[in-house]
Ligand binder design. Structure first.
Ligand code: GLA
Length: 386
């Protein structure tokens, strides 16, 4: 069942004073290719999905925010002026966004809010970025005269993750949630912030997510360690090549040169990233040429790298990837930060039905429950619904 405005509005009316406010939405995202490249200043290639967060918000004339999570059936009140903020982890996302918007000079005031989402949690589809972007967009509309530009709204969400949640993420998820456009993927250069919309309408193929339902959380996870590995290697390469700031600027030859100076583990991590930055560009070229075989091949290469070099896969995701390969799926790989969540699969139309049946059956035989199949529809970014 898809989430509607009414699902949120009915709860807002029930849990507050019976009046209504403004309603905003912000989506989750997929990423065709370019994983763990964003914080290395490389390229990513995401698109927003039609699942997301919806929040109803109404100023309440105080300095307090009263927030109701419809999905968790939990209500939290926090003061905008208390730098400590709430302890409930879901409320810290909203608190962080409020504080960061205030830092930018937006005169945020107290409000009541109820919100819900239909992005599966921990699936690697960025439910948390959807939440952050929804509130950043809303606060900009309610108190910021929409003066803060979209990329800065995305950065508000990113800083919230860094400062209030503990995940040193890149910009991809919040970028995609804010800038999404129905029917288009976006290639973002994470260094310059420049991006381009790529119409996504593959003839003869579908994109489908297979959710292993292995839950992941990136906060305080090995995610931050991966980032540190990349930074360490980039710093060593920079000693020999002053032009290298991040792994985006490095190549395999440079990496080989510093191999004796970095740990074996850091070497593997960097090797994956250098390859992945290049794969994004290859996929863009292949898409322009209508060459889906190459797109798919790159996706499998990414999976291999994420599993064996970057080591952010898990048994279930590797199993899903193996099934995709056996069934002749054009491309398949882990999507998002890893450690659980979904694979993203580029499947030829004629193989689709069979792939879905087989992947459900084989996964259930091995792990006792069916994975969840999600057909990807590329949707719009953050917006006001009413
Ligand atoms: C998470 C992070 C992103 C990005 C991906 C991996 O989703 O939030 O910034 O690093 O992992 O590509």
């Amino acid at each position: 069942m898809r989430l509607t405005i009414d699902d949120v509005r009915s709860r807002f009316i029930k849990h507050f004073d019976g009046t209504t406010g403004n309603v905003y939405a912000s989506p989750g995202r997929i990423n065709l290719i370019g994983e763990h490249t964003d914080y290395n200043n490389g390229f990513v290639f995401p698109g927003a999905v039609t699942q997301g967060m919806i929040a109803e918000i109404k100023p309440n004339g105080t300095r307090n925010v009263n927030a109701y999570s419809i999905d968790l059936k939990d209500k939290v009140t926090f003061s905008l002026d208390d730098p400590k903020g709430p302890s409930a982890s879901w409320a810290r996302y909203i608190f962080g966004v409020c504080r960061e918007m205030m830092e930018l000079g937006v005169p945020v005031e107290g409000f009541n809010t109820a919100f819900a989402g239909d992005v599966p949690l921990g699936a690697g589809m960025s439910s948390s970025a959807a939440l952050e972007s929804c509130f950043a967009y809303a606060l900009n509309d309610l108190w910021g005269e929409n003066k803060i530009e979209k990329m800065e709204l995305a950065r508000v969400g990113q800083r919230t993750e860094h400062k209030y949640v503990g995940c040193n993420c890149g910009i991809m998820d919040q970028f995609a949630s804010v800038h999404g456009k129905a029917g288009s993927l976006m290639r973002l250069d994470c260094r310059s912030g420049e991006f381009e919309y790529f119409p996504w309408n593959p003839q003869g193929y579908k994109l489908v997510l297979v959710n292993s339902c292995v839950k992941h959380t990136l906060a305080g996870s090995p995610y931050n360690d991966r980032r540190l590995s990349c930074e360490r290697v980039a710093a060593v390469i920079a000693k020999h090549h002053a032009e290298v700031e991040t792994l985006r600027d490095a190549n395999y030859e440079m990496l080989e040169e510093v191999k004796p100076e970095v740990s074996e583990e850091d070497y593997k991590r960097a090797k994956y990233v250098i390859g992945e930055v290049d794969r994004v560009l290859k996929v863009c070229d292949a898409l322009e040429a209508g060459d889906y075989e190459t797109v798919g091949k790159m996706m499998y290469e990414t999976h291999y790298g994420l599993s064996k070099e970057y080591e952010v896969s898990c048994e279930e995701l590797d199993f899903l990837n193996d099934i995709a390969k056996e069934e002749g799926v054009t491309g398949s790989r882990i999507m998002g930060g890893g450690f659980g969540g979904c694979t993203i699969n580029l499947v030829a139309d004629e193989l689709y039905e069979n792939f879905v049946t087989v992947v459900k059956k084989k996964f259930a035989e091995k792990y006792g429950k069916e994975p969840i199949i999600i057909d990807v529809v590329i949707g719009d970014g953050s917006r006001k619904l009413c």
